[in-house]
Write a protein that binds this ligand. Structure first.
Ligand code: ARG
Length: 595
């Protein structure tokens, strides 16, 4: 379906054109004075000088032209030259009827893009053997939502978790394990047989081993050297270490998958930094042959500064002086790999915004050296820090790094208490249901709390606010959906059928306001994806939920005796519920039937 705003603009353009005015002045926007009108066009004012006429005169001419157009209920020219528009109730109702016909497919009038593209999205970015902490939350939550938007619009989206599974942390774990269990066959160079299938540690042990080793290496030079040597050996074919490394990955990935599942986040690809390593030698050779890479202070670098830079962009380092590769090298080789395997039109990186300069270097280097061609876009979506109420990065009460699992469990517990204490005596949930629903609401609180902020901004993770059933929160949105579901249920239980309903012309201001909100759906999803901005969808569903609740408070729905009017109300509620549910699905959470 065409976007409502586009349809209005088209009509306005025709009116301008008919009167001999340039179409480009016919831009229509949603009104910033909803008390006066629903849409507005300010073009007459901009046009006045060129047309050598008073703005009001132009506006009046246009209003005259559009006066009996079926799209509008009212077109008025007001001083000094505004055009105030009110949409025809019939036109709006017909638009919603068409949206509702598209309910089966859950598209509600939102079309797929004409040319679907393959877009890769690099998000999550967990590090093997280290537990997920709240810093990884944002990447997962934002990335998942952007991926879902892209899929909804018909693109092929390939999400890659891009694990940190290469480098010193592996050497550290191996070194620590060797000290603790030197008799394991992995450490016996003379051993030629098969290694055990079972890993020699559990995830909890691994999560303890890594920080212990990391701390030791900070104070003990000798220990650190050993870890570096182990890393080198691992990367250069030590059989035992590689077998051990496989165990580390397996144990970590199983645990990561469990955690992401709880967040309703999933990845098409479970690639890691290690997967890019085989692409490095050839990539480096080409960079050298192409004359891009040169030796500077022993290291191999590529210049990436540009004339228009206002701040200094240092060269991109490809290999250290000892020949070792870096985070850079891996990211570049990963792009080589991605281009070879999927030839994407775009790669989006959802990473902490403090890595912005780094990605500027990597992207420029990839373009300059021809790893990606002109028609592949590399896009950095940097997110801000999640802070505690004190404005400092979110920590545990003791001041330590907060594990994602702990955060989720705390919020689920809080939600559980809330549900239990709010329950009606006669409709008590059993414990299992209460826990399931608590988890569902908790997820909405965490995700909406994050996504409702512009990604690049820091935000304060305020548990009390995020878990509230009122205000701009996930639970409020869920509460609104549950409210609609309960009305629809009662309607059906009274022997009615939802299928026989259709949206009719609005009878009240609040009903029309709700209809207008519903009609914005396709436009919002499109622009949210174009801007990679899940917060636009949050802002929309908050407005939509408010419009719904306003309508609900002003209207008797189940008690309405005019049957056709009631049907129309029910159809509108049903459509609102559908749109809200599609939107929260895009945001990556869902609503229960009761709460
Ligand atoms: N593992 C990294 C970290 O924890 C994030 C990875 C981001 N993605 C990338 N392609 N570099 O900081």
């Amino acid at each position: 379906m065409k976007k409502l705003l586009d349809l209005i603009t088209r009509t306005m353009e025709d009116a301008f054109d008919d009167l001999g005015y340039e179409k480009s002045y016919a831009r229509v926007t949603v009104s910033n004075r909803p008390d006066l009108c629903e849409f507005q066009c300010n073009g007459a004012m901009a046009l006045a000088k060129q047309a050598k006429k008073a703005p009001l005169e132009i506006a009046e001419q246009i209003a005259g032209k559009l006066g009996d157009n079926a799209l509008f209920e009212e077109v008025s020219a007001v001083k000094p030259g505004f055009l105030n528009l009110k949409l025809s109730k019939k036109y709006l109702a017909d638009y919603l009827k068409e949206m509702a016909q598209d309910a089966e497919s859950k598209r509600f009038g939102c079309e797929r893009v004409e040319k679907p593209q393959t877009i890769m999205i690099d998000y999550g970015g967990p590090n093997v053997a280290k537990p997920l902490h709240v810093g990884h939350l944002r990447s997962a939550v934002i990335g998942e939502s952007i991926k879902r938007m892209g899929i909804f619009l018909g693109n092929t989206m390939i999400g890659d978790v891009h694990m940190g599974d290469w480098g010193l942390q592996m050497g550290l774990i191996i070194t620590e394990l060797k000290q603790r269990k030197p008799d394991l066959p992995y450490f016996d160079n003379a051993y030629g047989g098969a290694y055990p299938k079972e890993p020699p540690f559990t995830i909890s042990e691994l999560e303890e081993i890594y920080p212990t080793a990391s701390n030791k290496s900070k104070t003990d030079e000798h220990y650190k050297e050993k870890a570096m040597q182990a890393t080198y050996d691992l990367q250069h074919g030590n059989r035992g270490y590689q077998a051990l490394w496989q165990h580390i990955i397996k144990v970590s990935v199983d645990d990561l998958k469990k955690n992401y599942k709880r967040l309703n986040v999933s990845f098409e690809l479970w690639k890691g930094e290690s997967d890019a390593q085989p692409y490095i030698p050839e990539m480096v050779r080409r960079m050298k042959d192409g004359g891009y890479a040169y030796i500077s202070e022993g290291a191999l670098v590529v210049d990436v500064k540009e004339e228009t830079d206002t701040k200094e962009i240092p060269p991109c380092m490809i290999l250290k002086s000892d020949g070792a590769s870096l985070y850079n090298t891996t990211d570049l080789a990963t792009i080589v790999q991605r281009m070879e395997s999927y030839n994407p039109k775009e790669i989006i990186y959802v990473v902490d915004k403090r890595q912005e300069l780094y990605f500027t270097q990597v992207f420029r280097c990839a373009k300059k050296t021809g790893i990606v061609g002109e028609d592949t876009k590399l896009c950095f979506l940097g997110f801000g820090t999640m802070n505690g109420k004190d404005g400092k990065p979110f920590k545990t009460r003791e001041g330590g790094v907060m594990r994602l699992e702990t955060l989720l469990t705390d919020i689920e517990d809080k939600m559980y208490e809330k549900i239990i204490s709010n329950q009606d005596e006669d409709k008590k949930m059993d414990d299992e249901e209460a826990h399931t629903i608590a988890a569902q609401i908790a997820l909405s609180a965490v995700k909406y709390g994050d996504l409702s902020n512009q990604a690049s901004k820091d935000y304060i993770f305020d548990v009390d606010r995020f878990t509230s059933f009122e205000g701009n929160t996930g639970p409020y949105i869920l509460y609104t959906i549950v409210r609609i579901k309960s009305i629809l249920n009662k309607y059906v239980q009274a022997g009615n059928d939802l299928n026989g309903t259709y949206v009719g012309e609005a009878h009240s201001e609040s009903e029309k306001a709700l209809q207008l909100e519903v009609a914005k759906f396709n436009g919002v999803v499109e622009s949210a994806f174009a801007e990679l901005a899940p917060h636009r969808i949050c802002a929309y569903i908050y407005d939509l939920a408010n419009a719904l609740n306003h309508f609900y408070h002003e209207t008797k729905i189940l008690a309405e005796t005019d049957e056709s009017l009631q049907k129309s109300y029910i159809a509108l509620l049903n459509l609102t519920r559908g749109v809200l549910e599609v939107c929260i699905d895009i945001l990556g959470f869902s609503a229960p039937d009761r709460m």
